[in-house]
Design a protein around this ligand. Structure first.
Ligand SMILES: [Zn+2]
Length: 315
């Protein structure tokens, strides 16, 4: 009989998410006796800037209302980094970070300035990318007393430079992309050494673009794959706040179906004990249903023997 393994990866993008969403999720995980991985941004909360960008798009108001943006994020977050100074996220709540670790969860880095990374990674020079990691590592070390052993890219944005920088940081793994299975990334003509564990499932906010919140749990369950590592990315601001109730339904349903909750860190160690068996995959930017813009996704590596025109056509 096969087993369905599910790893929960919680991205904490905002000050309010760490303050209010994380304790709710921690209570929920404790009630259900499961461990997860929390990835926290350690720099200033500039979410207001991201929302301003969305504001310029047509259909903004309908989207704001539909996704309950105000109750999800609150006014402080919506104005953060615009007319209000952005608070530092991770360093503001040492007791929350302590509680995450104390209750047996994993804690990793979700970038320094989430909004800067999400919006500009592709145009940042390598030195600037390095600097973002340095700041994130430094703030993490000051708060936690050690370096992070895993990193998750804000907004699933990665490229050759960010993979190269991470390769120098001796991480156990990173989780920067969307894909089907763990792999070693190949980009810019080189194969990187750090294990990539992609998010395999669509996120809550992507699914509710097309469905009622009460249908999200069943939709996610239908996407779980047997005998594979399923990875679901949550957002402290969403599942830990406005979507708390339907999210608990998902956890209950998983329990009934004997889904085994696993920690990414433990899975990474297992995978790395047989590193030679890992596939090598390329990384390319793609759109995802229900999400604005593009995200980095695992992609098959094109064999060199294909004619030159094929590569140019696809590039
Ligand atoms: Zn994020």
């Amino acid at each position: 009989v096969g087993v369905t393994r599910l790893a929960l990866k919680v991205d904490v993008d905002t000050h309010a998410g760490l303050r209010d969403g994380v304790p709710v999720l921690l209570d929920l995980f404790r009630r259900h006796g499961l461990s997860a991985a929390f990835f926290v941004s350690f720099g200033p909360d500039h979410s207001g800037r991201a929302l301003l960008r969305v504001f310029r798009r047509p259909g903004f108001l309908t989207k704001m209302l539909r996704t309950k943006a105000l109750s999800t994020y609150g006014w402080r977050t919506i104005l953060s980094g615009t007319i209000l100074r952005g608070h530092l996220i991770g360093p503001s709540f040492p007791q929350r970070l302590e509680r995450i670790l104390h209750e047996g969860h994993e804690l990793g880095l979700h970038g320094y300035d989430h909004v800067l990374w999400h919006d500009n990674l592709l145009t940042l020079p390598k030195a600037r990318i390095q600097d973002e990691f340095m700041r994130g590592f430094e703030a993490f070390r000051r708060a936690v007393g050690r370096s992070p052993s895993a990193s998750a890219a804000p907004g699933w944005q990665c490229n050759t430079e960010s993979l190269a920088v991470q390769d120098e940081l001796s991480l156990l793994y990173h989780s920067d992309t969307r894909g089907e299975e763990p792999y070693l990334p190949q980009s810019g003509g080189r194969v990187f050494n750090t294990l990539e564990i992609p998010t395999t499932l669509p996120t809550w906010d992507e699914i509710w673009e097309a469905r009622a919140p009460s249908d999200v749990p069943q939709h996610l369950i239908s996407q779980l794959k047997l005998d594979r590592l399923n990875v679901l990315t949550l957002h402290a601001e969403i599942e830990g706040r406005v979507q708390q109730k339907p999210f608990e339904q998902l956890l209950k349903r998983c329990r009934e179906l004997d889904v085994r909750f696993v920690r990414l860190e433990d899975e990474a160690k297992k995978i790395l004990s047989d590193k030679a068996a890992l596939p090598i995959l390329g990384v390319r930017s793609e759109t995802r249903p229900g999400r604005a813009g593009v995200v980095s996704c695992a992609a098959p590596v094109l064999p060199k023997s294909l004619p030159v025109w094929y590569h140019t056509e696809k590039a």
